[in-house]
Write a protein that binds this ligand. Structure first.
Ligand SMILES: Nc1ncnc2c1ncn2[C@@H]1O[C@H](COP(=O)(O)OP(=O)(O)OP(=O)(O)O)[C@@H](O)[C@H]1O
Length: 290
């Protein structure tokens, strides 16, 4: 019998299955997300049922690009949108299909193909030590323990965690934990990788390393598609496609460089209308986070 820990890992990370979901890419049709709430906040509307608030949608989107970035203000709906992609959040109306599978009707199969990296690594690291956590992800592909141990050690090395296999996940630094979380999800060999702000805790060198890895995964055949949210506009600009979210809607949809330019211009224009103190000084108009 599988432990509850194993079941938890299965609910958020995949083992690549042999069947189902032949179509590629994402397909959202009039998808909306409603959450419990008495009164809509600024920019929100009432949900379809009494006592609910609409935090996303309707969203219509078909995306088969290898890398898709999602950007926008705090609370705009980025995490909610990507949580639709592995059935962590189900649409209150409309539909979400991931690589041919309906997230509501075929949730287990969707999760079996979709690796989800959370912003907070402790949400998904379920084993006591770094090595055990990776080994848990490898158990389907590496049946024998010695072989699984060796593969886990190689993965730890690849992610700059060599020699830390025996360390408690609570004794790792924030950045080390974030790298471990990504390594553990990649170890499950996902078809679709979804990452929610995957570099927020990383230093510059590891930020660049992880960004390069994520952007290159589809090209190297390690997964078919990578979808990520980020506040790092340099990162978003490198994606094949970039969605700008505001108040629960996709307000701009273009290539990475075009969408990032649009977003910068939009934010600066709104700050200008509000009399933002940096507008026009040349500060906060260039690269990086905004
Ligand atoms: N389960 C929930 N219950 C109540 N409100 C929710 C729930 N989930 C999301 N929200 C609200 O929906 C809105 C969008 O949240 P979401 O986490 O998607 O934003 P985000 O764009 O990822 O923000 P950030 O950049 O700050 O991470 C927020 O106002 C949030 O408070």
């Amino acid at each position: 019998m599988e432990s509850s820990i194993t079941q938890h890992r299965d609910s958020i990370t995949p083992g690549r299955p042999g069947s189902g979901g032949t179509a590629s890419g994402l397909e959202l049709r009039a998808a909306v997300v409603d959450v419990p709430g008495a009164a809509p906040g600024p920019g929100q509307s009432a949900g379809s049922e009494a006592g609910t608030v609409r935090v996303l949608g309707p969203v219509d989107l078909v995306a088969s690009e290898p890398t898709v970035a999602v950007i926008g203000a705090n609370g705009s709906g980025k995490s909610t949108l990507i949580r639709l992609l592995n059935g962590l959040v189900l649409p209150a109306a409309g539909s979400v299909r991931v690589h041919g599978l309906d997230t509501a009707a075929e949730t287990t199969a969707v999760r079996a193909r979709t690796g989800f990296v959370f912003t907070d690594p402790l949400v998904q690291l379920v084993m006591p030590t770094a090595g055990e956590d990776i080994e848990l992800s490898l158990r389907r592909t590496h049946r024998h323990r010695p072989e699984r141990r060796a593969a886990a050690e190689r993965l730890l090395q690849d992610h700059g965690l060599g020699g830390l296999g025996h360390r408690s996940i609570y004794d790792l630094s924030g950045g080390q934990r974030q790298r471990l979380a990504l390594a553990s999800v990649l170890a499950t060999d996902p078809v679709l990788l979804v990452a929610d702000e995957p570099t927020t805790l990383l230093d510059l060198e590891w930020t660049l390393e992880v960004q390069e890895l994520l952007l290159s995964l589809p090209g190297s055949g390690r997964c078919e598609q990578v979808v990520f949210t980020t506040h790092d506009l340099d990162f978003a600009a490198q994606a094949d496609r970039c969605l700008v979210i505001a108040d629960g809607h996709i307000v701009h949809d273009a290539t990475g460089p075009e969408a990032v330019q649009w977003y910068r211009t939009d934010v600066l224009a709104r700050r200008g209308r509000r009399g933002g103190r940096d507008t026009g000084t040349g500060r906060n108009t260039g690269t990086g986070q905004l």
